[in-house]
Design a protein around this ligand. Structure first.
Ligand code: SAH
Length: 251
């Protein structure tokens, strides 16, 4: 690690969207030097395979609307291991600072007096947009990108729907499958045309990745086709010329 990873400290590490190739070198170094790794549910197999046999794994699966490990239990596990002198990696999917409950974990670590560092990661929206051949911002199209979650319906209600309904607006919606009908209703109510493109990217960067091109009109039906984690890219369609590119850009 560029910054040192001392025993008794915690690194909150972004694992990226799933493909191990999209890990940062710093994340890889942290994983390789960890004594204890506390895992999220969405960490893909390719990344789990990089965890050394000597490291203790603690599963702290968290799932929207489903079974999850209570946050306090996750804090206690991390703090206990760090107090025992372990180098602890708290591995989170994507970027730990995007819908990763990072603030709660940092508060708990500060309260316990445990030193920590954050290792940023590639967020799902970046990987999803890249597979569409689309930039997340484009001159003359959108100078702002909205990142929102459909999980927290209260926060969802406060969004600037009028802004999102304007031509060219782009948003990346995380955990939005279950809220897709609500999303559709809000956007239509604020005047977004039913044929506005919206693309769902499921399992972005993983071997089972699927791209579902839809429109505002077909969004709820399309969301039902996704069984894995999906990011909804509002205002983006797959770039038409993409199919003309070489199939693989492999090293
Ligand atoms: N910190 C993560 C987001 C965690 S919230 C990040 O920065 O990417 C979990 C949500 O992220 C999922 O419900 C889904 O909307 C999205 N997500 C995570 N990994 C994904 C992937 N590989 N493909 C598509 N969406 C993904």
């Amino acid at each position: 690690m560029t910054t040192s990873f001392a025993p008794g400290t915690i690194a909150l590490v972004g694992a990226g969207p799933g493909d191990p190739d999209l890990l940062t070198l710093r994340a890889l170094r942290a994983i390789r030097s960890a004594d204890v790794i506390v895992l999220d549910r969405l960490i893909g197999q390719g990344i789990l395979d990089l965890i050394p046999d000597t490291a203790q794994r603690i599963d702290a699966g968290k799932e929207g609307f489903g079974p999850s490990t209570p946050q306090a239990q996750i804090h206690a596990a991390m703090i206990g291991a760090a107090r025992d002198g372990a180098r602890v990696v708290r591995l989170k999917s994507g970027d730990p600072g995007i819908f990763g409950r990072l603030e709660e974990e940092l508060d708990a670590l500060d309260a316990a007096g445990i030193a920590w560092q954050i290792v940023p990661g590639l967020t799902a929206a970046s990987a999803a947009a890249a597979t569409l051949g689309q930039p997340l911002t484009a001159r003359g199209r959108n100078g702002a990108l909205t990142i929102l979650t459909g999980h927290d319906v209260q926060g969802f209600a406060d969004q600037d729907w009028r802004g999102l309904a304007r031509p060219g607006a782009v948003a990346a919606i995380y955990m939005g499958k279950a809220a897709s009908r609500y999303l559709q209703g809000r956007l239509m109510m604020h005047g977004a045309p039913p044929d506005t493109p919206v693309t769902l990217v499921e399992n972005a960067s993983r071997p089972d990745q699927r791209i579902h091109a839809a429109t505002l009109a077909t969004l709820p039906a399309t969301a039902q086709l996704c069984s894995g984690p999906a990011v909804i890219l509002w205002g983006l369609a797959p770039r038409a010329a993409l199919s003309a590119l070489p199939a693989a850009l492999e090293a």
